[in-house]
Design a protein around this ligand. Structure first.
Ligand SMILES: CSCCC(=O)C(=O)COP(=O)(O)O
Ligand SMILES: [Mg+2]
Length: 249
């Protein structure tokens, strides 16, 4: 007699009702190793020339000044000294806004030249397309600057995803990711009450801030990512976009 094992039951997905899904990138939609590897390797050798050649760009000038202030460098610090600080922050994956501004411009040019492209976990793009098709608005809140978020979505391995995205937020437009006020600012910009928004992220500090602002939150615990099996507090935890169903109210 042959005894066959019954197929393993498919776990029920986590159900979320929301008018808009806002996604974090690194560790949630995309691998930290790709960003800290391919993207950082692209930016690292280009920082000094970019800062010098774009000294008249207000965003770059302000970023340079902010590095000097944050790192307590002398006011007349050389570009090399500024770049040394940026390299240190990159080594430690410090999500400093001036670093993100400069990196973001370099990456935007790299995307435009087809010298870099983006990465998404296999479970992400099909679900984003499905939810968008079913009336859920999609937005982004990342430490990566908006200047880099847009080409990140435009140059995906599955083509241009920008038609799916309603709005993009970074730490300049919304504020720090670990402060509730930033989520209030995003809700107000989107014109959607907090309880009708859901944030997908892997970072416990961001989870706490979004919950404090009254948002729904789904925590991502992806194997191999920096916050795998971290303490996500009271948030529902999943390992993949395939474990969640987002429906518009
Ligand atoms: C737009 S690609 C670069 C993303 C980036 O620089 C980054 O630091 C992502 O951090 P996140 O806030 O999305 O975890
Ligand atoms: Mg993240």
């Amino acid at each position: 007699m042959t005894i066959e094992n019954p197929p393993a039951p498919t776990p029920d997905p986590l159900m979320v009702t929301a008018r808009c899904l806002v996604v974090d990138l690194e560790g949630t939609t995309s691998a930290a190793g790709f960003i800290l590897g391919d993207l950082y390797d692209y930016a690292r050798p280009r920082l000094a020339a970019w800062i010098d050649e774009h000294a008249d760009d207000a965003a770059i000038a302000e970023a340079r000044e902010q590095v000097i202030r944050d790192a307590s460098l002398p006011a007349d610090a050389t570009t090399d000294a500024v770049v040394a600080v940026l390299h240190e922050w990159m080594e430690q994956d410090v999500k400093a806004t001036p670093l993100k501004t400069i990196q973001g411009q370099i990456w935007a040019e790299g995307f435009a030249r087809d010298e870099i492209s983006s990465h998404f976990f296999d479970d992400v793009i099909p679900k984003l397309r499905d939810w968008h098709e079913h009336g859920v608005a999609l937005a982004v809140f990342s430490s990566g600057s908006v200047a880099s978020q847009v080409p990140w979505f435009r140059h995906s391995p599955d083509g241009d995803l920008t038609p799916l995205i309603t709005d993009y937020f970074d730490t300049i437009k919304a504020g720090p990711k670990k402060e509730a006020a930033s989520y209030d600012a995003i809700a107000s910009a989107l014109g959607i009450p907090a309880e009708e928004l859901v944030f997908f992220t892997d970072n416990p500090g961001e989870i706490a801030a979004a919950l404090e602002a009254g948002w729904q939150v789904v925590a991502f615990s992806r194997e191999g990512e920096p916050f795998f099996e971290a303490d996500f507090g009271t948030a529902s935890v999943v390992t993949s976009f395939a474990d969640v169903e987002v429906v518009a109210p």
